[in-house]
Design a protein around this ligand. Structure first.
Ligand code: NIG
Ligand code: FE
Length: 413
């Protein structure tokens, strides 16, 4: 099924108005509702939003939304969406009692996706990535992050980041790319993790940054991946290239990654199940977003909950993301993550929605232009067939969008 923008973009700056809707603007990270709202869009951006009765005269074409609820377009700020193959056999092994770490230690896990990804062509990877991105889009996503991390050498990581860049030209989506070359140790560097990190810092990352393929740098700080000292070396290299950092931190065990991420003013620290009070205080002081990933928690049958109460108390913005990946999160709906973040982690539906809009934008460094319905931001929004915003976190599955608008134009599918 094709997904495209209806018609072509008019050449002149063009004003349209959407009305007969209620808006959960998510300004300030709250619903910040405008009842019986109107949204005026000039070109790609919101020019005016407010109660319909206060609508300034002169707006051009008007679209009746029939009483729908409008929210900002959803933002998936943590995905590993580009990869080859699938790992349902490992899912079966885990159900029989094998752990994620045991599977990884026997050459499965990330390493098996690396073998499949290295063997795939750029066209094959683009084709499967497009299929996954379309599914997210149908459920209201207008912006997403795509990490590399299944190539683990220069040609492989380049291939994945090129695929990520191409998604934005092929679909009505904003895409941010993250280089996750420090995701796992490739087989050819077995026993030489420091040498691999040196290669990433000195050759791989500078080359990909030079090619304009990298918006941010991430790493997996874990006993089965890289140590805080190795991650710090990478963060120094990223800083020298003026690239922002993010980190998979405290997912399976407490390693100190969260505080390291805070020291480098990371955009986000992600997972955080094993993070404690001092880690949360460090995130707050640094202004780093906590990205919660309920699908990996669920699929790994994890018991340790991320420190949501402490994150709230310290005022750390909480984003929610799919973590879409073939191992721990074969997720094709970001909206389903709202339900899981509420039921598993105890977020309120309002916090969960802020987690896939305003705070997700912050986790990607896009908060000035994305994540809420405010004048000057991109006109990326979804009109939903719901009666209250909490319904977005309530239905498990299904398709609720009545209309998706990207940069001021309706998306058809
Ligand atoms: O975010 N934690 C590391 N990376 C992924 C899992 C990747 C995989 O198993 O392929 C995650 O959960
Ligand atoms: Fe991840």
């Amino acid at each position: 099924m094709a997904l495209a923008i209806k018609g072509s973009r008019p050449t002149m700056t063009y004003t349209r108005c959407w009305y007969h809707c209620h808006a959960a603007t998510m300004k300030g990270g709250h619903y910040s509702v405008i009842e019986d709202a109107a949204i005026v869009v000039r070109g790609e951006r919101i020019a005016w939003i407010g109660p319909r009765e206060a609508l300034p005269p002169g707006a051009a074409e008007a679209v009746d939304l029939g009483g729908a609820w409008v929210t900002p377009g959803l933002i998936d700020c943590h995905t590993h969406l580009a990869f080859a193959g699938e790992r349902s056999a490992e899912f079966e092994l885990r159900l029989e009692g094998a752990s994620y770490a045991e599977i990884a230690a026997h050459g499965g896990g990330i390493a098996s996706t690396v073998r499949a990804t290295r063997a795939a062509s750029e066209e094959q990877l683009l084709d499967s990535a497009l299929r996954r991105a379309r599914q997210l889009l149908r459920d209201g996503v207008t912006c997403l992050e795509v990490k590399s991390g299944y190539g683990l050498d220069l040609p492989g990581e380049r291939k994945l980041l090129r695929v990520a860049r191409q998604l934005a030209g092929r679909l009505p989506l904003t895409v941010r790319t993250t280089c996750l070359a420090a995701h796992a140790l490739p087989a050819e560097y077995a026993g030489r993790a420091d040498d691999y990190i040196a290669h990433v810092c000195d050759e791989l990352l500078p080359a990909l940054a030079e090619e304009g393929l990298v918006d941010a740098v991430d790493a997996y700080c874990e006993h089965l991946a890289f140590s805080p000292a190795q991650v710090e070396r990478l963060f120094r290299a990223a800083s020298a290239l003026r690239l922002p950092v993010k980190l998979h931190a405290e997912q399976l065990s407490a390693q100190g990654g969260t505080q390291l991420a805070a020291r480098y003013r990371a955009l986000s620290a992600d997972h955080l199940e094993y993070a404690g009070e001092a880690d949360v205080a460090a995130l707050a002081a640094a202004g780093t977003v906590a990205v919660l990933l309920p699908a990996a928690f669920y699929l790994l049958r994890e018991r340790q909950l991320p420190p949501v109460e402490a994150l709230r108390r310290h005022g750390v913005p909480m984003a929610v993301a799919s973590d879409l990946n073939p191992g721990t999160a074969p997720v094709l709906s970001l909206r389903l993550m709202l339900a899981m973040a509420c039921t598993s982690f105890g977020l309120t539906p309002e916090e969960a929605l802020a987690g896939v809009t305003l705070h997700a934008a912050r986790a990607l460094g896009l908060v000035d232009s994305h994540g809420s319905l405010e004048v000057g931001k991109y006109a990326d929004f979804v009109a939903w067939d719901i009666h209250r915003p909490a319904e977005l976190a309530y239905w498990l599955g299904g398709e609720l969008p009545r209309q998706v608008v990207f940069h001021g134009l309706e998306v058809t599918h």
